[in-house]
Write a protein that binds this ligand. Structure first.
Ligand SMILES: *[C@@H]1O[C@H](CO)[C@@H](O)[C@H](O)[C@H]1NC(C)=O
Ligand SMILES: *[C@@H]1O[C@H](CO)[C@@H](O)[C@H](O)[C@H]1NC(C)=O
Ligand SMILES: *[C@@H]1O[C@H](CO)[C@@H](O)[C@H](O)[C@H]1NC(C)=O
Ligand SMILES: *[C@@H]1O[C@H](CO)[C@@H](O)[C@H](O)[C@H]1NC(C)=O
Ligand SMILES: *[C@@H]1O[C@H](CO)[C@@H](O)[C@H](O)[C@H]1NC(C)=O
Ligand SMILES: *[C@@H]1O[C@H](CO)[C@@H](O)[C@H](O)[C@H]1NC(C)=O
Length: 192
């Protein structure tokens, strides 16, 4: 990346940061969720990747349990907590999605942000994610670490990221984002 192209002055950085964090904190509808909803959301996202069948062997564990795809008991259909890159809390709800340097090629459009009410860590760095960062990312209300660095994301940094009250680490460097990306590598204070 030509560093001069997306350079913005310190003044405009603080201007942007001000707008990023000063938006009113909207109350998000809490979506009832369980591991099946989360599993379905992850599988829908995986299915949207370019060449997901041939190119992402590391996601082979992301499947419904054998012979349960059409089971009437949703509780045993899928357990995302044992999938590669996924960790859960004691209630079986996803808290950590870490898929780094895995040649993921796709977008975040099919990532159902509303389906992960307990997600705290989202690390998708060093992949080939492209297109925009959807504004719905602002609904991950428990998120503390967000790392989308070293992808091919473009467009503006959605101001909805300012809704993430518990965000302490935000890495967006090495993308093709248009505003203030030069500085998009910082620790956010806990009291935005
Ligand atoms: C997808 O895989 C096919 C067959 O392996 C290949 O020909 C094609 O170029 C791949 N497409 C992309 C975008 O990687
Ligand atoms: C999240 O998961 C990754 C890989 O599974 C692991 O390396 C990392 O320590 C986890 N982070 C937290 C905060 O639990
Ligand atoms: C990413 O993965 C490739 C191949 O597995 C490896 O050679 C490379 O060192 C990794 N890069 C980083 C930054 O971990
Ligand atoms: C944010 O973090 C604080 C302190 O760790 C915690 O008490 C609070 O429940 C968190 N809020 C959300 C929405 O996760
Ligand atoms: C994401 O994972 C990479 C590779 O393991 C690591 O270097 C980076 O610190 C992680 N990001 C966060 C926010 O934890
Ligand atoms: C980065 O964005 C510019 C302007 O929108 C575009 O012309 C360029 O092709 C993009 N580069 C990549 C690698 O996506």
């Amino acid at each position: 990346m030509k560093s001069s192209t997306y350079y913005c002055s310190l003044a405009s950085f603080f201007f942007c940061l001000y707008h990023l964090i000063s938006l009113p904190n909207l109350a998000f509808a809490s979506s009832a969720s369980n591991s099946l909803t989360e599993a379905q959301a992850l599988l829908k996202w995986k299915a949207s990747f370019v060449n997901h069948t041939s190119h992402n062997p590391q996601l082979n564990s992301w499947v419904y349990l054998p012979n349960t795809k059409n089971s009437n008991n949703p509780k045993i259909k899928a357990n995302p907590c044992i999938w590669t890159g996924i960790s859960c809390n004691a209630d079986g709800s996803v808290t950590n999605i870490t898929i780094v340097n895995s040649s993921l090629q796709g977008t975040l459009h099919e990532f159902s942000f509303l389906s992960f009410p307990n997600l705290q860590y989202l690390n998708l760095s060093l992949n080939k994610l492209f297109d925009i960062i959807p504004p719905q990312i602002g609904s991950l209300s428990k998120l503390s670490h967000l790392d989308l660095s070293s992808n091919q994301l473009y467009g503006r940094i959605p101001p909805e990221i300012g809704h993430l009250r518990n965000l302490t680490i935000l890495y967006l460097y090495r993308n093709n984002l248009s505003d203030c990306t030069y500085y998009a590598y910082y620790y956010v204070t806990n009291h935005m």
